[in-house]
Design a protein. Structure first.
Length: 316
């Protein structure tokens, strides 16, 4: 049985998820599309404990919350506000910042909006997602620092993070994308990223950086192309156009929607961009995907999110 249908317009969404009961009913359909199944005894019969938001198995008495194990786990924020946050995050072309979400939902505290978005971001990576296939373009970039005075395209600038990006080739267009924060552009690092991201046997297009040289011995057809040599030869065919387009879109999105992102949280912003980019043709379906992925992710607490920093960045 498939997931429940999803509203196609903002007016339909408002009518569909106007109160807590409607949201709970939707979560029930998403969690058990073929009917209730007890996590403990696999029983098929249960009754709701409405006052506590739980379902109790008729066979063994085990009680389970519809939000257990999801990004909504133990939330004190109303479910309809969570639904709106997920909707605004997944369907709007530029996404939404915590400041914007706070204003849109009328939240009293900025930290609430910031935490909601970060919990949703951490539900965007499917642990079972498949590797990229076919032909793939791979390149690195710097994110977060002034990109000036670069030597050979790889000199790190102050406060810049190093990011590697892979994009599937789909004719003249792009397929799926993967992005990861890396510590350096060494052969071990870049080869490791490709091996974790791209299926063996794929054709991997890169520039002439020697860090990609080991790929030919790792089961890939490596096709390097020097940007400098192409320019000297007067070759007008762009080098790695798809991955460069994805990198440009990423930087524009970070500057436009979030203004700035701290290094400690950059990976989850890359995960959000990846999630949205890979579902750019079906933005409405992304909302359902986000809730579905949330059931496979361990819930994240505010303490865990802020464990390595001083808390929310007011710029995002």
């Amino acid at each position: 049985m498939s997931r429940p249908d999803f509203p196609r317009t903002i007016l339909e969404f408002q009518a569909r998820f106007g109160d807590e009961k409607a949201c709970l009913d939707y979560l029930l359909e998403c969690r058990w599309p073929e009917g209730y199944v007890c996590p403990r005894c696999q029983g098929r019969s249960a009754w709701p404990l409405a006052a506590r938001g739980l379902w109790e198995c008729a066979a063994c008495g085990y009680q389970v919350s519809l939000t257990a194990g999801t990004v909504l786990h133990k939330t004190h924020t109303a479910l309809h506000l969570w639904f709106w946050a997920a909707y605004l995050m997944t369907t709007g072309t530029p996404g939404i910042s915590a400041r914007q979400l706070q204003r849109q939902l009328g939240l009293s505290r900025y930290e609430t909006a910031w935490t909601m978005l970060h919990k949703l971001r951490r539900a965007m990576v499917n642990p079972e997602r498949t590797l990229l296939t076919g032909e793939v373009e791979v390149d690195e970039c710097e994110v977060g620092g002034p990109e000036i005075g670069r030597r050979g395209g790889r000199s790190l600038t102050a406060r810049a993070a190093h990011v590697v990006v892979a994009v599937e080739v789909r004719g003249q267009g792009s397929g799926r994308v993967r992005m990861k924060v890396i510590q350096d552009a060494s052969g071990d690092t870049l080869t490791g990223f490709v091996m974790d991201t791209v299926a063996r046997g794929a054709i991997v297009h890169t520039d002439g950086w020697m860090g990609y040289a080991p790929l030919a011995k790792k089961g890939y057809t490596h096709r390097p192309r020097s940007q400098r040599a192409a320019k000297k030869a007067g070759d007008t065919d762009p080098v790695l156009p798809r991955v460069h387009r994805a990198i440009s879109n990423l930087k524009t999105w970070l500057r436009g929607t979030h203004r700035s992102v701290g290094d400690e949280h950059l990976q989850v912003y890359l995960d959000e961009f990846t999630f949205r980019y890979n579902r750019r043709g079906t933005p409405m379906a992304a909302f359902q995907s986000l809730l579905g992925l949330g059931t496979t992710q361990a819930p994240t607490t505010y303490r865990q999110i802020t464990a390595h920093d001083s808390g929310p960045d007011p710029a995002t």
